[in-house]
Design a protein around this ligand. Sequence first.
Ligand code: NAD
Length: 381
Amino acid sequence: MKIVVLRETEGGEARVALVPESVKKLVALKASVVVESGAGINAARSDDDYAQAGAEVSSDRAALLSSADVLVAVNRPEAEDFSRLRKGAVVIGFLRPLDEPAALEPALAHDLTTFAMELIPRITRAQAMDALSSMATVSGYKAVIVGAERLPRMFPLLMTAAGTVPPAKVLVLGAGVAGLQAIATARRLGAVVAAYDVRAAAGEQVRSLGAKFLEVDLGGIKTEDAGGYAVELSEEALERGRQLIAEHARTNDVVITTAQVPGKRAPLLLTENAVRGMKPGSVIVDLAGSTGGNCALSKPDETIEVNGVVITAPLNLPATVPVHASQLYSRNVAAFLSLLIKDGELNIDMTDDVVGPSCVTHQGQFVNQRVAALLEATATR
Ligand code: NAD
């Protein structure tokens, strides 16, 4: 069984799908791993590191594609790469199956079996494979660093001979994996932190990190689904949240927004008026840019300034911390791969409760019901 890792081609991407440490583990499972020369270079892993871990290193990208049993990627491969893979090969990566399902149609033509890291169920058995959480952790951390860098103030309370410097105030909207990491990071830098989320469970987690939890009376409506994810709120409920947020944004120096509802547009939490009410010199870091943004004024992948308030909406923060982002992602992928390897051979058990739900295409069909339904809806529109 040959596992292939290519150099990522998406602009700004510096991560690599497998680091040498994981290569060693896969080689121990009797798989062979072939890495495109330079694949790990931006994540501080050299071709030599891979060779020492037991991988073969090759510069022939076309040959790598046509000989792969499994292609492991960070981002979805180009349609052209899909067409170079041999029939029946397996592709694993962040394939964006719910955002851009049609882009996976080329996988059908070649009978490819595609697994989306986004679809791995968040059950206890699959925790080691939860790449969404790994990347959200990196994003939450880096959002605070970006905010601190843009802020014309310091974060900690300082008592100096020249007087006292008050601590920065940070507001975090959405206290899921990224939000909680942002809270912890901002606290470590000495900021005073407050956070808002619609899920009741978030309150306790926020307070346990030493931050204040902002509560709003949503009239007892259902805010989360059976899986513990937030649901899309009514306009009235959203509006109550927005008023509370606008009030607090006025006095905060950095606002970090991370609110998402799986499969939907990100909720609009910070209106134009709320931004105009903020102090000049404040910073907004919007992590929901790829799904429409939590701030009405944010522009995906751009940094703008409105009335002295800096608004930045980076789309790929994990790629800016490539060493650790790759290490975590690689561990997640290797844990998932270990479910597909038996005696050094590829063994796909679609009845497995992690393997089956993560699969998007198999034997020429879209096997994931959510993805199939999305495609049908766009076809009949
Ligand atoms: P996410 O990225 O989908 O959303 C981020 C946060 O935004 C969530 O906390 C959500 O409640 C919040 N949000 C949504 N709409 C909002 C609104 N209108 N106003 C304010 N906040 C809003 O979520 P996530 O970070 O991937 O995780 C969400 C939940 O899943 C958390 O409870 C997390 O602990 C849980 N989780 C469980 C596991 C596991 O069991 N293996 C792994 C990861 C996450």
